[in-house]
Design a protein around this ligand. Structure first.
Ligand code: NPW
Ligand code: K
Length: 545
């Protein structure tokens, strides 16, 4: 798991380290610039051989790494054109020092679109204008030059290697969004081939547009302390309040063996017990003709390691369900009173919502599940996963749901369901808040874990611990946007949470999201939701490594 920092947290880490006397700002800037050049050479080995031409765009803030890069490249015999967007006299001291070091070797031209375009075609285009300090939309003239279309100015412009320092300028590194001006217009979109960032990933690298715009993303260690300790503390426990992390089997950017994470989250891969110790999951289904979603959730719960899984359905749907279920058990359950009788103290997880239908009947079942205070373990009630119709049934009165939710409840909305429960936090209302910020607020309000789906899935717990799963780049699974995939995720969470020795619920939810994506990746295009549970055994085998 890699920590995802906000711009403010990154600034704080740099400031603390500099104030402690362990390092100077100049040293950090030098390491950053050198690290960026090394990362570019590692990606494009041809650039490491011989001298080439670079264009470096620098900015008004402390992202002074651009001047360091110019100097390093010129030292290797490169021709380097440097432009400064901003006023030399107002540069912060460290950036000014590096500006002056470069100015003793070459020219710094004031930024001007025509001047940029009249230079010879660079082999390497370096965007070091803004890093973590972007506070408003890019000015139009700058945006017009940073746009990828500008490369068409030059013959063979497609061959230009584009490198961004910290991020493609214009991207907000807290939100992964591009700030728009008051009238809603968006500046030109800047994207790059390689982004080099420092110390740790920033939230905006993995949220929203970040993954698409940043291209290949490399994190360079610039010797700030604390990273390893932070990451070690993150393995197997929920993140602390205020911290967010990327869900991946990584430790400080290095891959961990999969049997350590997420393998350790799957109790059945290591436990020794009888079926009840692996837990009993109850999945509530809707009426006749609408049982498919619940059956997929149930099958997934059984595949993911629960000892027993029972589908509860209205009496009129028993025949239909009986025709489709074998290892999954089936009980008729007419209403919430019947449900209370059937749900004994061996039930360790409930899954409600998929295909249940929206209305008072579903609300009554949700209330019964959330007030079920018996469980196989005295120290924790059964986990309750609420998805789809279980959430939408509360759109008129979300507070009624939140009043019932307890710490072992997980809400798994997509953006539409999220907007019904948290209208003020809906996508259109977010402003400067990041998806992490709003899911944190939602978790606080609901008093339970909230998982908001998307290519950037965000999970948050009350108090602030949060994590992000990014299904982008080599983990992109566009074919997972298929009917029923969400029902499978709900069943997966319930199945992994069910065993008596299941780990911390937050960690279970993280593992479920990762496994869900992994099953889709291993299956490939053409996937339908039914394929996901049956893909899990193959995924589990890969976790033995
Ligand atoms: N010693 C260190 O700490 C090290 C720091 N390093 C690097 O420094 C970076 C953080 O520096 P930073 O905070 O100065 O931010 P940065 O992104 O350079 O620019 C902020 C400036 O831009 C301005 N501005 C913002 N938006 C604007 C807009 N749309 N249009 C026009 N102007 C705009 C803004 O103006 P203001 O909002 O104040 O008016 C302010 O002047 C970070 O990326 C890190 O990697 C590394 O070198 C390692 C060592
Ligand atoms: K940049």
């Amino acid at each position: 798991m890699t920590e995802l920092l906000t711009s403010a947290q990154m600034g704080g880490i740099e400031r603390d380290e500099i104030e402690s006397g362990a390092v100077t700002g100049l040293q950090l800037m030098e390491r950053a610039g050198r690290g960026a050049v090394e990362a570019a050479f590692a990606k494009w080995p041809k650039l490491a051989q011989g001298a080439h031409r670079a264009m470096v765009l620098c900015g008004p803030g402390n992202n002074g790494d651009g001047f360091v890069i110019a100097r390093r490249l010129a030292d290797r015999g490169w021709d380097v054109d440097v432009f400064l967007f901003g006023d030399t006299a107002k540069l912060p001291p460290d950036a000014k020092t590096n500006h002056d070091l470069w100015a003793a070797m070459g020219q710094v031209a004031p930024f001007e679109p025509k001047a940029v375009k009249s230079c010879a075609r660079p082999d390497l285009f370096v965007d070091a204008v803004f890093g973590t300090g972007l506070t408003r939309p890019l000015p139009a003239d700058l945006a017009s030059v940073l746009e990828v279309r500008t490369m068409g100015t030059w013959k063979r412009g497609h061959a230009i290697h584009r490198l961004a320092i910290d991020c493609p300028s214009g991207l907000n590194l807290d939100t992964g969004m591009i700030p728009t001006s008051g009238d809603g217009t968006m500046p030109g979109v800047n994207s790059t081939h390689l982004t080099v960032s420092f110390h740790s990933l920033k939230a905006g690298h993995k949220l929203g547009l970040g993954p698409t715009l940043c291209g290949d993303l490399q994190v360079v260690d610039i010797g700030l302390t604390g990273r390893d300790a932070t990451e070690r503390a993150m393995i197997g426990t929920a993140p602390d309040a205020e911290r967010a992390r990327l869900i991946a089997p990584d430790f400080a950017g290095t891959a961990l063996p999969l049997r350590i994470w997420p393998g350790a989250m799957i109790v059945k891969m290591r436990g020794q017990g009888h079926k009840y110790e692996y837990g009993h999951v109850m999945v509530l289904a809707g009426g006749s003709g609408r049982g498919g979603a619940a059956r997929m959730a149930a099958r997934t719960a059984l595949r993911s390691g629960a000892g027993l899984v029972t589908v509860l359905c209205p009496p009129d749907a028993v025949l239909e369900n009986a025709c489709h279920l074998d290892a999954v058990m089936l009980r008729a359950c007419a209403d919430a009173d019947a449900f209370r009788d059937i749900a004994d103290d061996r039930v360790s997880a409930f899954c409600l919502g998929p295909g249940m239908g929206v209305g008072p009947q579903t609300r009554a079942m949700v209330e019964a599940a959330l007030s079920h205070d018996r469980g196989p373990r005295a120290d924790r009630p059964a986990a309750v996963v609420l998805d789809a119709d279980a959430l939408t049934s509360y759109q008129e009165d979300p507070a009624a749901l939140f009043n019932l939710c307890h710490a072992r409840t997980v809400l798994t909305p997509h953006e539409g369901e999220f907007a019904r429960l948290f209208p003020d936090l809906a996508q259109s209302e977010r402003g400067d808040l990041s998806k992490i910020d709003v899911v944190r607020q939602a978790a606080d309000r609901a008093g339970c874990i909230v998982l908001l789906k998307g290519e950037d899935t965000v999970i948050a717990a009350p108090g602030g611990g949060a994590s992000v799963h990014s299904a982008t780049g080599d983990r992109a699974v566009p074919w997972l946007a298929t009917a029923g995939a969400g029902d499978v995720l709900a069943g997966l969470i319930a199945g992994l949470a069910a065993p008596e020795t299941a780990p911390d619920l937050f960690c279970v939810v993280e593992a479920a999201v990762w496994l869900h994506c992994e099953a889709a990746r291993q299956f490939g295009p053409g996937l339908i939701a039914e394929d996901l549970p049956d893909m899990l055994p193959e995924v589990f085998l890969t976790l033995e490594r």
